[in-house]
Design a protein around this ligand. Structure first.
Ligand code: UD2
Ligand code: MN
Length: 335
């Protein structure tokens, strides 16, 4: 009796296993994607999905299933609280799952209209950079930008050269990703309204239009200092920025001249939206005002075609991927 029961049990088990195997094989052939996809993570997961779910073929098709991000991001609130009296902590931001190494962010729910590289000229302003990261990352994410942050640090003890560092930032950022918009920002400037979107427009954009430092007014009509944004096309049209403005001042006016000589005008947000705060500071060592700035900006028309992105030379000393930004230390030579 016991023998018969055991045999029956074995038969039932074998039958069960055969049915399972058949079922498994049938499903496997039906859902297996093309062999080229087998070694890629996401597609392998697809093996468990049912037929109704179309398997994405490529990354770009994956993106196609997401809608374009709207012109006006939905979660903006307007005026913001920005304060530099207390130190800020970056620990929480450093754990933000929405940010990836090097200070990169891509919206998860929509496809950004632009790919924005944010370029910061830098030397010895760690405490300002902390505030910048603290306030800017949440804001840029809310603006639904596909962005990366590049801090371009001038190596050595020569005079500071803001515009040349910006040219380096443009070049280095493009080596990493197909950016089509570049925001050039001082490290000490924070907008106080999230409707001031850090993206490009059909004319070069000036973003820092109403600064506390200038009693929330534009100091003069052609003023282009602080924070500006240019598409790749606009930037190339003016041959980038001058490389030979060493020390403080004038480079922003040279850039303005370039734009205007190429028939472009400045686009700006309304004054109320373009408000921003500058962290108070004194003039840095090795950034004394440039005595040649006045004569130089009188000759932009003659110099702009030969001095710019087409004549840029530099040496990367170090490239470091921090959690909240990419730091590139460069040797840009001397005056
Ligand atoms: C004004 C302009 C700035 C630029 C500069 C003249 C405003 C708000 N900004 O800034 O865009 O045209 O005049 O060159 O009007 N930096 C360092 N380390 C240094 C020196 C400079 O990191 O040792 C960087 C930093 O990003 C700083 C920027 O260069 O924010 C401009 O230098 P600044 O802040 O000393 O000059 P400021 O405020 O007069
Ligand atoms: Mn400043």
């Amino acid at each position: 009796m016991l023998n018969r029961t055991c045999s029956l049990l074995v038969v039932v088990c074998v039958l069960h296993m055969s049915v399972m195997l058949l079922f498994y094989l049938k499903n496997f052939t039906r859902n297996t994607p093309a062999p080229t996809h087998l070694n890629r993570g996401p597609e392998t997961v697809r093996l468990t999905l049912t037929e109704e779910e179309p398997a994405p073929q490529t990354d770009s098709e994956d993106n196609n299933t997401l809608p374009q991000c709207p012109d006006t991001p939905p979660n903006l609130v307007g005026p913001l609280q920005v304060d530099f009296s207390d130190p800020v902590k970056l620990e929480k931001l450093e754990k933000d799952p929405q940010l990836s190494l090097g200070g990169r962010h891509t919206p998860s729910k929509c496809v950004s209209q632009q790919k924005v590289a944010i370029i910061i000229p830098f030397r010895n302003r760690e405490h300002h950079l902390k505030y910048w990261l603290f306030y800017m990352h949440p804001l840029l994410q809310k603006q639904q930008l596909d962005y990366g942050v590049y801090v371009i640090e001038q190596d050595g003890e020569n005079k500071f050269n803001r515009a040349k560092l910006l040219n380096v930032g443009y070049t280095e950022a493009l080596k990493e990703y197909d950016y089509n918009c570049f925001v050039f920002s001082d490290v000490d400037l924070i907008p106080v309204d999230d409707r001031n979107i850090y993206k490009c427009f059909d004319q070069p954009r000036h973003l820092s239009v109403a600064m506390d430092k200038f009693r929330f007014r534009l100091p003069y009509k052609q003023y282009f200092g602080g924070v500006s944004a240019m598409s790749k096309k606009q930037y190339l049209k003016i041959n980038g920025f001058p490389n030979n403005f060493w020390g403080w001042g004038g480079e922003d006016d040279d850039i303005y001249n370039r734009l205007s000589y190429r028939g472009m005008t400045i686009s700006r947000p309304a004054g109320a939206i373009g408000r921003c705060k500058m962290i108070r500071h004194t003039r840095d060592k090795l950034n004394e005002s440039n005595p040649q700035r006045f004569t130089r900006i009188h000759h932009t028309r003659q110099t702009m075609d030969t001095d710019g992105i087409n004549s840029l030379t530099y040496k990367v000393v170090a490239l470091e991927k921090k959690q909240l930004y990419t730091k590139i230390i460069v040797d840009i030579g001397k005056p």
